[in-house]
Design a protein around this ligand. Structure first.
Ligand code: PXP
Length: 239
């Protein structure tokens, strides 16, 4: 079976740093440790409100860390300009609203989606691989495919919050069926949101899964065990 890559989201290293607005903990150091522990990619979400990651954090990780950088961003012209300047290896376009605690599900698609399509084309044209955060719904996946994205990142929130409950099997099946469609459309298959040390195995074993993006669970565990060990344990559970 193909190895599933791990993207470690280091947003919450910046959340702690922003509590004091000092230099520590340094996301550049976190990126280096995560990669040394076996992560294939560093993930950062630059939000419009800059509540955790700052522009300079992404710029420094890009400039100072050898490794793949994946930027999560809203499909706005401000973020488009930033991505074109900073040149991450890949981006994931996500919905964003000002008062949410975290991303609330996949991107909402209307009839036309002209602005989303424009941003996808612009970033693709600059050689940046583009994923779109999408609910595990066939109609949404087909729309994102038509807009020209390279990959789909399936939103796993519903699966994660159904863990240990009656709905768990159904939510896993939704992810499996959605994954099958993504592969049929010959797109890259990513998944993430709410994945942790208990629920990750079943998602990692979905046929064709290329990459999982995980943040909160890893950074939370790292508080007690250290980041190197928290990343290595997640990698082990994904085999
Ligand atoms: N994927 C996307 C698109 C996200 O917005 C986030 C949260 O920033 C994640 C994955 C990671 O989610 P979590 O922090 O719950 O692992």
């Amino acid at each position: 079976m193909k190895k599933v890559k791990l993207g470690v989201n280091i947003d919450h290293v910046c959340t702690v740093r922003q509590a004091r607005r000092e230099k520590n903990p340094d996301p550049v150091e976190a990126a280096r440790v995560a990669l040394a522990a076996g992560a294939e990619m560093i993930v950062m979400h630059l939000r419009a409100d800059r509540r955790h990651v700052q522009d300079a954090d992404v710029e420094r990780v890009r400039a100072e860390v050898k490794g793949m950088l994946h930027l999560e961003m809203a499909a706005t012209s401000e973020m488009e300009k930033f991505a074109l300047k900073t040149k991450p290896d890949s981006v994931c376009l996500v919905p964003e609203s000002p008062n949410e605690v975290t991303t609330q599900g996949g991107i909402k698609l209307s009839g036309k989606n002209a602005e989303l399509e424009r941003v996808i084309k612009s970033l693709s044209g600059a050689g940046i691989e583009v994923a779109v955060f999408t609910d595990p719904e066939p109609e949404a996946i087909r729309k994102v495919h038509k807009l020209g994205a390279d990959s789909i990142e399936l939103c796993t929130s519903a699966y994660s919050s159904s863990w240990g409950k009656k709905l768990q099997a159904r939510e896993l099946e939704r992810l499996q069926l959605a994954s099958f469609l993504v592969k049929e459309l010959k797109m890259g298959l990513h998944a993430g949101h709410g994945l942790d040390y208990y629920n990750v195995g079943q998602v990692a074993r979905i046929e064709g899964m290329d990459c999982l993006n995980i943040g909160y669970a890893i950074i939370s565990r790292a508080v007690f065990t250290g980041l190197r060990s928290a990343v290595a344990e997640m990698k082990r559970l994904m085999q």
